[in-house]
Design a protein around this ligand. Sequence first.
Ligand SMILES: *Cc1c(COP(=O)(O)O)cnc(C)c1O
Length: 433
Amino acid sequence: MHYISTRDSSLRASLSEAIARGIAPDGGLYVPGEFPHFNTRQFDGFNEMPEIGERLLAPFFEGDALAGELGAICREAFNFPAPLVTLDQAPQPASVLELFHGPTCAFKDFGARFLAATMERIRRNEPKKLTILVATSGDTGGAVAAAFHGKPWVDVVVLYPKGLVSERQAQQLACWGGNVRTFSVNGTFDECQRMVKEAFLDPALKESHQLSSANSINVGRLLPQMVYYAKSSLELWRQLGRRPNYIIPTGNLGNAMACVWARHVGLPIGEIVLATNANQTITDFLRSGEWQPRASVATLASAMDVGNPSNMERLRSLHPEFDELQGQLGASSVDDIEIRGTLRRDSHELNRIWCPHTATAAKVYRRMLSRGARGHWVIVSTAHPAKFNDIVEPQTGQEVPVPPALAKLLSLPRQEQELEPSLSALRTQLQHT
Ligand SMILES: *Cc1c(COP(=O)(O)O)cnc(C)c1O
């Protein structure tokens, strides 16, 4: 298996190269050069994430230096569950796919842990320490810090916009110490991202540091996300004899892209519907065919505040014809008023406390039902509501119990420094302290 750039199929890379580089030399994203095909029987007798992951991802690792270690990588990365929970009080049978049982209580843990397990093996014989720069709007930074914390071959530098993440997210970003340094930047997420991009182009930093990124365009984060779609769809297929449909809270389209790939390689997945917040770049595109990226607007589901979703490039490379692409996906947008209303209503009627991101999917589920949708639906739950207690509790009127993983991180001392939003400020910190 080789990987190619979305912009130029002659730019080929091995899996290890694609993971180490993150982005292709022409600025495109790496995608598999061809896709394997599975039938569901090939997973007979496979029930757990590590074994399903190993079978599913084997063709994606074929011929790579890491191929022999795929089993070990899967056992390391998928060491917490992704349960399907029946929504018994729903108006029509539905399930919730809970992706928040990892160390930082969001689905980003799957990608971050898998990336750490692969990078550790790729870097094993390199003499120079790696420095991973992450700009985060909340969940990615915590997941990456948790996955790489305490590893002797790497330093992690997290940049987040001061005051623009939830209090508990901030704590999860700043509680690490050791090889993780956290900076609260006096600026926006876009400025944090710009600082990271500029750092990669800075000759002085290139000289002094071996820089890498861990952002969601890395193919090493997308591949593992296919695994929970494989496991959950096979489970429902075996139980119900039909393909479940998925509703996925979407920002940068990384999580949903993995679901599209899982269906593309033959897993029993029916419809895929994207739930977005008030950032409507994707919903407008699927309606009109015109791709118009724009600045993001701030919403209650802040991890989905993306105006220019980078993974759309991967979707468009899989389905270059718009008519065909439009037939592959549905999309529906949910504003803040509806997020609040859904948090409130579902806490009473369904006995479920959502995070604000999951609430967008739950709202879209109700919308689909009122339009007569049939079949078995899976609401993808991307984070634990306790991370967003400041938004959730005023709506539901009840305290959200804190899961043990989160409680542990909340009890640690906070270790962070403020930083001005400029490359020179970042360079000074990296080189002189
Ligand atoms: C990152 C994130 C999303 C959006 O996922 P994408 O892959 O960017 O579409 C949704 N919910 C939560 C809680 C997240 O952290």
